[in-house]
Ligand binder design. Structure first.
Ligand code: SF4
Length: 473
C-alpha cells in the first residue's frame, strides 16, 4: 500500500482541497504518513495569491531533491493554484516534479499515479471543468465538529491585483439540493458548524433553478444566497452554526442582511474583504464599490444584527497608493471598527491587469504602512477582546486543547476563539456551553465553563496568529 503526505499552503479553500486530495488517495487505498522520508507520493498543494507562497514552493522542491535522488520511485505532485497557473512550465522549472494537478483535476489523481507507475511521462493536468463542474463531497470522519462545504468555485470579478480568476476559472455553482444534502449528512455524523466556501461565496445562485439563467442574475445573487441560508437553517435543524467565506461586499444585499437578522445560527460576525479605504485605489483595483457603499452596507448589517463584528482583508502599497490614500485606509479601519484583519503588501502577480500599473510604491514605504496598519488593527482587536472579560459567551466547543486535560477550545457567537476549562469528567466537545470569560489574549479568550474551576496560573498573552479565514473575495 503506497503512503502519501500532503503539504498545504494558502487559504481555507486550499485546506479544503487538501482534505479532498487525501480522501481521493485513501479511497484508492493509499495511507497517510507524516514522515516525508517514508512517503511514496508527496503532494504540495500550492497558493499563488501571494508571491511568498511560490517562493516557498520552489524552496520546498529544492529540499525534496535529495529524497528524489535517493528514491527514484517517489512521486512529487504539485497541486493548487501555482499548478494551474504554471502548468507544464513547472515541469520545465523543476525536474523534481512528476505531476502538475489543477484544482479541478483532483479526482483524476489516482488514475494519473497509476499511469506514472506504468511508465507514462511526467505531465500537467490542469483542465477546468466548466462544462460539468464537479464538487468533491467531504467524507465525515465522525470526529469533526466544524466542517467546510463548497457551494461555488471560480470568480467572475476581475480585481486587478488578483490571480484567482486565472487559476480557478469562471464561477461555477453547486445545486442547492446537493449542498443541503451534504450538510444534512454531516450533521447526522456529528458536525455542528458548517462554513460555506466559495471565492465570492455570496454570488451563489442555484444552477438547477429555473430562474437562474445567466441573464440578469447578477443583481439578485446575494438574495439567492440568502435563500440558501434560510433553507439550510429550515431543513437541517441539528446545525448549530452556519458561516460563510469569503463574501464580496457587492453581494451583501438587503435580503442577506435580513438573513443575518433572522437566523440565530449565523454568527454575529462577518469577514468582509475591503482591500482599501481609498476610492481612487478601489477604482484602480476594480472592486466595484466605493468606501461609502461598503460602510453603508456594514452599518445596515450592524443595525439589523446589533453587536455584529467585522474582520477584513487589506492591501497596502497598491500601485499609485499615496500617503493620503493610505490614511483613508486607516480611517476606514477605525470607522468600520474591524476587530481583525489580514494585511498584506501588494506584490505583482502574473496574468493580472495591475501589472500594467507598475509597482511604484517603494518596499520601505510598504513596510512602514503595513506596520502602522498592524498597530491600528491590533489595538482594536485587543480593545474588543478586553471588553469581553467578565461577560458570559455561548461557545461551540470544537475539541480538547493540549494545555491541560480539562481545557477545550471553541468559538463564541461572534467567532472569537475561546479556550475554556471544563468541569472534571465533562467533555463538552460538540456542545454549545456558557463560558465566563476571565482573560483576554492577543487573539483569543480564556474562560471557564459553568460548573468548572479555573486554576490560578500566570499566563502570558499569546502571539499566535488567527487561522486564515478567507478563500478570497
Ligand atoms: S479578490 Fe476575490 S473577488 Fe476579486 S478577483 Fe480575487 S477572488 Fe475574485
Amino acid at each position: 500500500m503506497a503512503r502519501y503526505l500532503v503539504q498545504t499552503f494558502g487559504c481555507q479553500m486550499n485546506v479544503h482541497d487538501s482534505r479532498r486530495i487525501e480522501e481521493v488517495l485513501r479511497a484508492a487505498e493509499h495511507e497517510p504518513t507524516d514522515d516525508g522520508a517514508l512517503a511514496d507520493v508527496i503532494v504540495v498543494n500550492t497558493c499563488s495569491v501571494r508571491e511568498k507562497a511560490e517562493h516557498k514552493l520552489m524552496s520546498l522542491l529544492g529540499t525534496l531533491r535529495p529524497l528524489k535522488e535517493a528514491r527514484r520511485d517517489v512521486v512529487v505532485v504539485v497541486a493548487g493554484c501555482v499548478a494551474q497557473q504554471e502548468g507544464e512550465r513547472l515541469l520545465r522549472k523543476s525536474d523534481v516534479v512528476d505531476l502538475v494537478l489543477g484544482p479541478d483535476n483532483i479526482p483524476e489523481l489516482p488514475a494519473l499515479l497509476r499511469e506514472l507507475a506504468h511508465g507514462a511521462p511526467r505531465q500537467a493536468r490542469t483542465v477546468f471543468d466548466d462544462a460539468s463542474p464537479r464538487f468533491l463531497v467531504a467524507q465525515p470522519t465522525g470526529k469533526e465538529v466544524a466542517q467546510y462545504v463548497t457551494v461555488m468555485k471560480g470568480c467572475d470579478e476581475r480585481c486587478t491585483f488578483c490571480v484567482v480568476p486565472y487559476t480557478r476559472g469562471s464561477e461555477r455553482y453547486r445545486p442547492a439540493d446537493e449542498i443541503v444534502g451534504e450538510i444534512a449528512r454531516m450533521v447526522a455524523g456529528g458536525v455542528r458548524e458548517v462554513t460555506l466556501l466559495g471565492q465570492t461565496v455570496n454570488s451563489w445562485y442555484d444552477p438547477s433553478a429555473l430562474d437562474s439563467k445567466p441573464t440578469g442574475r447578477r443583481a439578485p445573487s446575494g438574495s439567492r444566497f440568502a435563500h440558501l441560508l434560510r433553507r439550510i437553517a429550515r431543513e437541517v435543524p441539528g446545525l448549530l452554526r452556519l458561516r460563510y467565506t469569503s463574501p464580496h461586499p457587492r453581494h451583501l444585499t438587503e435580503e442577506l442582511v435580513a438573513a443575518h437578522r433572522d437566523l440565530e445560527l449565523i454568527p454575529a460576525h462577518l469577514h468582509l474583504p475591503v482591500q482599501s479605504g481609498s476610492d481612487a485605489v478601489l477604482r484602480r483595483m476594480a472592486r466595484r464599490y466605493t468606501r461609502d457603499e461598503y460602510l453603508r452596507r456594514v452599518r445596515s448589517l450592524q443595525k439589523a444584527r446589533p453587536g455584529t463584528t467585522l474582520s477584513t482583508d487589506l492591501i497596502v502599497g497598491f500601485p499609485g497608493e499615496t500617503e493620503e490614500d493610505f490614511e483613508q485606509t486607516l480611517s476606514l479601519v477605525r470607522e468600520a471598527g474591524f476587530v481583525a484583519a489580514f494585511c498584506f503588501k501588494y506584490s505583482p502577480r502574473p496574468h493580472t491587469p495591475a501589472l500594467k500599473l507598475g509597482d511604484d510604491v517603494p518596499e520601505s514605504v510598504k513596510d512602514e504602512r503595513l506596520q502602522r496598519l498592524f498597530e491600528v488593527v491590533g489595538a482594536q482587536q485587543r480593545a474588543h477582546l478586553d471588553s469581553l472579560v467578565g461577560t458570559t459567551q455561548r461557545v461551540l466547543v470544537e475539541g480538547p486543547n493540549d494545555a491541560s486535560v480539562h481545557r477545550y477550545t471553541g468559538r463564541s457567537g461572534r467567532h472569537e476563539i475561546v479556550h475554556l476549562e471544563a468541569p472534571a469528567g465533562v467533555d463538552p466537545t460538540g456542545r454549545l456551553v456558557d463560558v465566563r470569560i476571565r482573560q483576554a489574549y492577543d487573539h483569543s479568550l480564556l474562560g471557564v465553563m459553568e460548573g468548572a474551576e479555573l486554576p490560578e496560573r500566570p499566563r502570558r498573552r499569546s502571539s499566535k496568529k488567527l487561522p486564515l479565514l478567507g478563500g478570497r473575495a
